[in-house]
Ligand binder design. Structure first.
Ligand code: AMP
Length: 294
């Protein structure tokens, strides 16, 4: 266990664990002391979106644990596992500055040894939207989150609404498999120009970075149209596509209108609706979503 002291004397120390067993012992001791435990799983390359999960945990729990683990099982072979940004030294400094108590950074071979063979399939909600483009993604996500919650039996686990469908998959898994953690979902943190923060934004070329905020502008357009009384999804969808086409450089994979809290498509906006989209900008795939029709 290494202990990283933060710069500010008033801040707590951040403990770095690479072994699940040692982290579990730390968590068990804290629990015996009567502390509540918050847990935020991440893949690192931390930004303000991730840190908002730590802040939420700090407000609600006595002890906050984060994980930094680029999970190979949620990447398809052609995806960006190898080039995914990794910077544990920077991540630990950021976590310490936000008062995180422990970070778990396991080795791939410890989490997924060569003979690993048990996977969690959460079923139909994993096959649509993201699942159509990334058919094995959610099985990898559900499996690693369940493993992490076995190592860190948290009272509350924190996820970002940025990955809307992932929050539904995690809730379903937690519910179906009697995981005791309460799932907490935090709002999307955005750059000043509206682009949802993402570790993958680092891949964007300067031109792509200028084009990318159009994704959020298209979501805002959907929200404004709905607020102005437009209920037809087909009309809103085509206006969004028009805006994105004008920007150029953005290849839409899907724009989905679903009843908020579900992956069930709607044709007419008649209540809270989530507009979720995925697009390719050059080699970079970005997702975003917005709740409209409140
Ligand atoms: P990742 O490192 O991309 O796996 O993300 C780890 C957690 O941070 C997930 O629960 C994400 O939904 C959340 N997250 C990522 N980006 C954002 C953001 N811009 N705003 C809020 N949460 C985010």
């Amino acid at each position: 266990v290494s202990i990283i002291m933060s710069n500010e004397p008033t801040q707590r120390a951040l403990r770095l664990f690479t072994e699940g067993k040692a982290l579990r012992e730390f968590v068990d001791i804290m629990r015996r002391e009567g502390c509540s435990i918050g847990f935020a799983p991440t893949m690192g390359a931390l930004h303000a979106g991730h840190l908002s999960l730590i802040d939420a945990g700090r407000l609600e729990c006595d002890v906050v644990v984060a994980s930094v683990f680029v999970n190979p099982t949620q990447f398809a072979p052609h995806e960006d596992f190898d080039k995914y940004p990794r910077n544990l030294a920077n991540d630990t400094a950021l976590l310490a500055s936000r008062g995180c108590d422990a970070v778990f950074a396991p080795r791939v071979g410890d989490m997924f040894p060569a003979d690993f063979s048990t996977f969690v399939d959460v079923g139909p909600i994993t096959r649509v939207l993201e699942g159509e483009y990334r058919p094995t993604h959610f099985r990898g996500v559900a499996t690693v989150v369940l493993k992490l919650l076995q190592i860190v039996p948290a009272d509350r686990a924190y996820f970002g609404r940025k990955d809307y469908q992932q929050t539904l998959v995690i809730r379903k898994m937690v519910d179906d498999l009697n995981v005791s953690a309460e799932v907490r979902v935090c709002p999307i943190v955005r750059e000043a120009d509206g682009l949802a923060m993402s570790s993958r934004n680092a891949y964007l070329s300067p031109d792509e970075r200028r084009q990318a905020p159009a994704l959020y502008r298209s979501l805002r357009l959907a929200s404004e149209l709905a607020a102005g009384g437009e209920r037809r999804v087909s009309v809103i969808d085509s206006k969004m596509r028009g805006l994105l086409q004008q920007t150029g450089g953005i290849e839409v994979q899907y724009i989905a209108f679903v009843a908020d809290g579900t992956v069930t498509p709607v044709d007419i906006i008649s209540g809270p609706t989530t507009v979720a989209l995925a697009a390719q900008l050059g080699k970079t795939r970005l997702i975003d979503n917005l709740r409209i029709g409140d």
